[in-house]
Design a binder for this molecule. Structure first.
Ligand SMILES: [Zn+2]
Length: 252
C-alpha cells in the first residue's frame, strides 16, 4: 500500500508540475500534451514517467539537450512523500483524500507563488469548495467547523492586510493569500488555522531577520508568505495535537 501511495503520489505530482507551469501562463492543463518548456518539443509518454524518466535522461531534454529544472522531479517526490504520509496517518479514508487534496493545492499554490507572486483562483477556490463539501460529508458538525474555519481564514487575512498597510503603508497580503487562508481554514477548522497562522509567522520571522541582516531585502520588501503558511499547515495537520500538548505543558 505504501508503494502504491508513493506511485500514485508521484503521478499526481507530475500533473501538479503541469498545473504549476501552465495555469499562470493561461495554457490549458489538458491540451496540448506535455512539451519541453525550453524547446517546446513534444515529449514521449515514457519521458513523462515521474522521477524515473528524469534520472534516466540525467536531467536533460532528449531533443534540445538543455538542463531540465530539478524542480520537476522534486515536486513529484514531494507529492509522493505527501501521499505516503497522509496514507500512514489517516489510512484509506475520506479524511486522507481530503488532506491529500489540500496538500496538492498547497504545493501548486506555493510554487506558482514563488514563480509569479500570484496564487490563482483556479487553485484556491476548488480547494476551498472541496474542503467544505467533504467536511459536510463527514458530518454536520465538521461542516459547520469547516465554514467557520474558512471565515476565520478570510478574516485573519483581512486583519493582516490592514495591519500591514497601517505599519508599512503598502499592501502586505494579496487576494490570493486571502483565498488560500480561507481554503486552509476550511480543512483545519478555525482553532488549528490560527495555530498554523501563528506557526507560519514563527517560521517566517528568522528568515526575515536573517534577510534583513544580510541586506538581502529591506523593511518594505515582500517575502512570499505562501511557503511558510504551507509548511505550517502541514505541521499542524500531522503534529498539531502533540504541539498543542507541548505548549500547554510549557505553561505549567
Ligand atoms: Zn527541449
Amino acid at each position: 500500500m505504501v508503494v502504491a501511495a508513493f506511485a500514485v503520489g508521484a503521478v499526481v505530482g507530475s500533473f501538479l508540475n503541469v498545473c504549476i507551469y501552465r495555469i499562470p501562463r493561461g495554457i490549458s492543463v489538458a491540451w496540448p500534451p506535455s512539451f519541453c518548456p525550453l524547446c517546446q518539443h513534444r515529449i514521449a509518454p515514457w519521458e513523462n514517467v515521474p522521477i524515473v524518466a528524469y534520472l534516466y535522461l540525467r536531467g536533460r531534454c532528449r531533443y534540445c539537450g538543455q538542463a531540465i529544472s530539478p524542480r520537476y522531479p522534486l515536486v513529484e517526490l514531494m507529492t509522493a512523500i505527501l501521499a505516503v504520509a497522509v496514507y500512514l496517518r489517516f489510512g484509506l479514508s475520506l479524511v486522507a483524500l481530503r488532506y491529500a487534496f489540500l496538500g496538492c493545492a498547497l504545493l501548486a499554490a506555493v510554487f506558482i507563488d514563488l514563480d509569479h507572486q500570484i496564487i490563482p483562483d483556479v487553485v484556491t477556490l476548488p480547494a476551498l469548495g472541496f474542503g467544505v463539501a467533504t467536511a459536510f460529508l463527514l458530518g454536520w458538525c465538521s461542516g459547520v467547523e469547516s465554514v467557520l474555519g474558512a471565515i476565520t481564514g478570510a478574516a485573519s487575512a483581512l486583519g493582516i492586510a490592514h495591519l500591514g498597510s497601517a505599519l508599512f503603508g503598502q499592501d502586505s497580503l494579496g487576494g490570493g493569500d486571502l483565498k488560500l487562508l480561507a481554503a486552509i481554514g476550511a480543512y483545519l477548522g478555525w482553532a488549528s488555522l490560527l495555530g498554523a497562522l501563528f506557526l507560519s509567522f514563527l517560521l517566517a520571522l528568522p528568515v526575515a531577520i536573517i534577510g534583513l541582516c544580510a541586506r538581502k531585502f529591506s523593511l518594505g520588501s515582500k517575502i512570499p508568505f505562501g511557503p511558510f503558511l504551507a509548511v505550517a499547515t502541514l505541521v499542524v495537520l500531522f503534529w498539531g495535537r502533540s504541539l498543542w500538548r507541548l505548549y500547554l505543558a510549557s505553561l505549567r
